[in-house]
Design a protein around this ligand. Structure first.
Ligand code: HEM
Length: 213
């Protein structure tokens, strides 16, 4: 199901970029690239953050693990659609002139090659995670899990890519967003790796205090 959502949303975003290019202002494709990059980054962040919540079976106040799991699935699914739109808008832009292979092969673009390459690798890692999830019933669970852990390097690469390639990095709100999101992931990773027992105990206490359903 989720790959159909990715394809559908990517097609709709692609169509709106094409319409913007033909009917909108000269900067429509460039603005689309930057906007889609931001949405992709935030969705990827949400996918990693909620993924830690799923792993820790931590779901404060929302009653059911299912909600966190659904947030995790949808943010990952939509995230890759926005990454595709981010790349497509670059190939349609009349000024930076990205070739299609610049989007998928690291270090081929003339525009900020190394920072852009970090985004290309993040794209491949994210794609590997999603494809392995779509075929998870047909591959060993250990393989699926190892691939899934690539979400951490993918997030770090996307963060560095946004920081180093983005035009918005010169504005202070950008620093606030990157700091808050990266800080939240660091905190979640700490809970997941070092403080699992503490989380389990907190979960147990919350469970024993909640009214019986
Ligand atoms: C997981 C994958 C990716 C994520 C989350 C992501 C996210 C972002 C973000 C947040 C920005 C900053 C926008 C701004 O400050 O204006 C950005 C900029 C940029 N990205 Fe990506 N990106 C990804 C993959 C890619 C790929 C595959 C390419 C293809 C070549 C690419 C090319 C660019 C370029 C050229 C910029 C600079 C735009 C500017 O100067 O403002 N990105 N990206």
């Amino acid at each position: 199901m989720s790959w159909k959502v990715t394809v559908l949303v990517a097609l709709m975003l692609g169509a709106s970029v094409v319409i913007g290019r033909e009917l909108g202002p000269e900067t429509a494709t460039w603005d689309s690239t930057r906007a889609a990059g931001w949405v992709a980054y935030l969705l990827l962040w949400a996918a990693v953050f909620s993924g830690v919540g799923v792993d820790l079976r931590f779901h404060p106040g929302v009653g059911r693990q299912q909600v966190v799991l659904e947030l995790h699935r949808m943010s990952g699914t939509l995230g890759i659609a926005f990454v595709l739109a981010h790349g497509l808008a670059l190939t349609l832009d009349r000024y930076v002139a990205f070739d299609p292979w610049d989007i998928v092969v690291p270090l081929t673009s003339d525009y900020r090659p190394v920072p852009v390459a970090l985004g290309v690798v993040a794209l491949w890692l994210t794609a590997a995670i999603l494809v392995s999830t779509w075929v998870s019933a047909r591959i060993p669970r250990t393989a699926w899990r190892s691939i899934h852990l690539l979400a951490y390097p993918a997030y770090v690469l996307a963060l560095l890519h946004g920081l180093l390639a983005g035009s918005d990095t010169e504005h202070w709100p950008t620093h606030v967003i990157y700091s808050l999101t990266a800080g939240a992931i660091l905190g979640a990773a700490f809970l997941r790796s070092v403080a699992r027992d503490w989380v389990a105990a907190a979960r147990g206490r919350a469970g024993s205090q909640s009214p019986a359903r």
